[in-house]
Design a protein around this ligand. Structure first.
Ligand code: SAM
Length: 234
């Protein structure tokens, strides 16, 4: 990754500003990933990092920052895999509707929604490399996904369906996402979350829609698979 200020965009970034950094981000994504089917949704392929730790270390070397979170965009997280599976198996939930994939990472869930027949799919990220990965992965799977780079969590969502894969991994993120999802739900959206029992998963406000055991990256998760649920906000 680079130290480019747009690498983590807290303010919404205009399309022209995004496109000016986008090409180098796309090159970085292509250079450090390979195409592989998603273990729990093999009808979708993504560009993922063959090994987690070397890419993680490389991002720390390139940015000069220690203690960075993993390059989220380079993996299909358990929550995203479960949610993608659920959407692919229940296309009626998104077909013909406007869908927002918040904190989209690789874009896996957005791609699944587009595959399942959503009329319009928007994927949101604050990480310019994730934004690049989403564009690449949408092309790879032959679907159209619009991208919004910047922090939407303080805004009012307008989509018919809001999807969030693996977002309860930190207290701060969980708090911000929950407020956003609650506002979406109150405006009438269907809100679905995929979660493998992360530390800040809320204890109430959701009903379990599906439960799976999802294969995960052992380098990142210390396990070969994780029990993972799809939660519907109530
Ligand atoms: C664990 S990853 C999940 C990615 C994907 N949804 C999946 O399940 O594979 C969490 C993602 O949240 C993104 N993120 C963190 N804060 C965010 C924010 N305020 N708005 C949008 N995305 C954010 C990170 O960049 C990261 O890609």
């Amino acid at each position: 990754m680079s130290s480019d200020p747009a690498a983590s965009a807290r303010e919404p970034v205009s399309e022209s500003a995004r496109d000016s950094v986008s090409e180098s981000a796309r090159e970085f994504v292509r250079e450090h990933t390979a195409v592989a089917p998603v273990p729990f949704a093999p009808e979708i392929s993504l560009r993922v990092a063959p090994e987690a730790i070397p890419l993680w270390e490389l991002t720390e070397q390139v940015t000069g920052e220690i203690g960075l979170p993993p390059p989220f965009w380079a993996f299909a997280w358990a929550g995203g895999q479960a949610l993608a599976r659920y959407v692919l198996d229940h296309p009626e939930l998104v077909a013909g509707r406007t869908v927002l994939d918040i904190a989209a990472g690789s874009g896996l869930v957005a791609v699944a929604a587009a595959r399942a027949g959503a009329a319009r799919v928007v994927a949101n990220e604050i990480d310019v490399y994730a934004d690049a990965a989403i564009a690449i992965n949408a092309d790879l799977n032959g679907v159209t996904v619009e991208r919004v780079l910047g922090d939407l969590l303080g805004t009012d969502p307008e989509a018919d369906v809001v999807l969030a894969g693996d977002v309860f991994y930190s207290r701060e993120m969980a708090g911000l996402v929950l407020g956003f999802l609650r506002r979406a739900h109150d405006r009438g959206a269907l809100v679905l979350v995929g979660d493998p029992g992360r530390a800040y998963r809320p204890k109430e406000g959701f009903a379990e829609a599906a439960a799976y055991r999802v294969p995960v990256n052992a380098d990142l998760e210390d396990a070969e698979s994780k029990p993972t649920t799809v939660l519907r906000m109530i």
